[in-house]
Write a protein that binds this ligand. Structure first.
Ligand SMILES: Cc1ncc(C[n+]2csc(CCOP(=O)(O)OP(=O)(O)O)c2C)c(N)n1
Ligand SMILES: [Mg+2]
Length: 329
């Protein structure tokens, strides 16, 4: 693991990164609970992706850069500016949900205010949309960079190849991310692709591709920082393959014990990036265990408040069903 000081980030920024990572975990745990008691319809979890997502998102400038996420990117969306209450409003399908005003399934993140473009349930359709957003920067001579992500199974969809090819041809300021957690629902990587790595598809389309350990905060942050700077200075796109773990079942409607052995599931806990990051923070003198406990308590309070406030908000009314669906003239 690279040392935290090698990131070039300040102590405050590293502690902020930890708050984001822990918020991602705790909020997801809450969303999971809400499905179990019947208050929400669904949850798909980013547990095991949080460290990589925070390191990734911190390499961008969310106030101007665009993000076209996929359903596991809740933690990255919060670095981009969404709040736990925004997320909760989406999961509960409320009228004030910034993602879709309650029209979409939970976990389909979007925020006009924060340059986060909502996505379809059809996996990877955000890839060609992202080429359009990035092409816009080029045509309008603006210096924003676009980020889009998907899973390693979804990366085999046809439109992913079309998007990467177009981005390579046009040298778009676009960073493609494949969050490789080893599974597409119940299907392991052996049955998903025959390449050695997903990263090697970057050079096939004429731009860099790099595989990084998404549990190594600094390795991930520096890898993104490098390609974001290149993209912003007109050097074109890059592909990052983020190696992460899916610590939970695919979704709240799945039970991974059906296709993962007990031993594999036990081993997942030993590969939890949150625990690595906490150990690193202690070993390298950034936080004590007591300070972490205090942060955890604070975040849980914030989540309780977000849950209570979101629950009290109104549902969309039946007569507004077509609002926010079609563009107004
Ligand atoms: C085009 C399309 N095919 C199938 C599905 C159903 N589906 C949703 S998620 C998923 C698995 C995706 O796996 P991966 O890309 O590895 O992402 P992960 O869920 O592991 O993060 C599938 C098959 C879908 N939504 N869209
Ligand atoms: Mg996967």
């Amino acid at each position: 693991m690279k040392k935290l000081e090698e990131s070039g980030l300040t102590k405050e920024e590293i502690i902020q990164a930890y708050r984001h990572i822990l918020m991602g975990r705790r909020l997801d745990e809450r969303l999971w609970q809400l499905t179990r008691i019947g208050k929400t319809s669904f949850n798909i979890s980013g547990q095991g992706h949080e460290v990589g997502q925070v390191a990734m998102a911190m390499a961008f400038q969310p106030e101007k850069d665009y993000f076209l996420p996929y359903y596991r990117d809740m933690t990255a969306c919060m670095v981009w500016g969404m709040t736990p209450k925004d997320i909760m409003l989406g999961s509960l399908g409320k009228e004030d949900d910034p993602s879709s005003h309650g029209r979409q399934m939970p976990n389909h993140y979007g925020s006009k205010e924060h340059n986060i473009v909502s996505h379809s349930s059809t996996v990877s359709t955000q890839f060609p949309l992202a080429t359009g957003v990035a092409y816009g920067a080029q045509l309008k001579k603006q210096d924003y960079v676009t980020l889009t992500a998907t899973g390693e199974g979804s990366a085999n969809q046809g439109e992913v190849q079309e998007a990467m090819n177009f981005a390579g041809v046009k040298k778009l300021p676009l960073i493609f991310v494949i969050e490789n957690n080893g599974y597409a629902i119940s299907v392991g990587t052996d049955e998903q692709y025959a390449n050695e790595t997903m990263a090697e598809r970057g050079p096939a389309y004429g731009f860099p591709g790099k595989r990084v350990n998404g549990n190594d905060f600094v390795e991930t942050y520096l890898a993104f920082k490098e390609v974001v700077e290149l993209a912003r200075s007109g050097e074109g796109p890059a592909l990052i393959e983020l190696m992460v773990s899916r610590l939970t079942s695919h979704s709240a409607d799945d039970d991974h014990s059906v296709y993962r052995s007990k031993e594999d599931i036990e081993n997942l806990k030993k590969n939890d990036g949150l625990l690595f990051f906490e150990k690193q923070l202690i070993d390298e003198g950034y936080l004590t265990r007591e300070e972490m406990t205090d942060i955890d308590t604070e975040l849980k309070k914030e989540i309780n408040q977000a849950t209570d406030e979101a629950e009290e908000m109104p549902e969309p009314t039946a007569d507004s069903i077509l609002d926010h669906v079609y563009a107004e003239k």
